[in-house]
Design a protein around this ligand. Sequence first.
Ligand code: SF4
Length: 198
Amino acid sequence: MRKKHWYDYLWISAVSYLFLGLFNIIFAWLGMIFFITPLLIAILKGNKAYCNKYCDRSKLLELLGGKFSLSLDIVPPVFLRSAWFRYGFLTFFMTMFSLMVYNTYKVFTGVSLSKNVILLWVFRLPWTETGADAVTPWVAQYAYGFYGVMLTSTILGLITMVIFRPRTWCVYCPMGTMTQTICKIKHRKETQEKFKML
Ligand code: SF4
């Protein structure tokens, strides 16, 4: 049996994150760690160590789909792996993310705070916890928006885990596509520099 490492238990942070957000939306800001860390690793190291080892969400999907057999384990459709779909989904995801940031900016400039979490970019769920009242409105607005992004991507990950293989989300995950692109660009640059030195 493979020896367990500390990072095999990172699924706990994925569950804790979603759980904490139910009680205090401001905890949603912690999700920035999951957002910035993979990008930093890709930019500074030029590798996908985050995806390969440290991603909390992939650990959760592996656990539920693999160990708990909640996955039908069907090969995902080919189109999910295609560049047009992955980059199209990344573009859509980042457009929605930008809109979320814009909404935060509007609250920063005086528009009233909207105490909702938007699920799957369509469903507006009223969020009645009280954490938002303790901070300045734009901080709370970003938290609502970011929590919606994290919840939406987790739900998509869980749905595709059940229907297909446990880590099907990783095939089209926007973060995976971004870090893969960064690594490709970085390696291309390094190769070009090596050739220049020859
Ligand atoms: S592709 Fe996304 S979900 Fe999968 S390991 Fe990478 S960051 Fe995590």
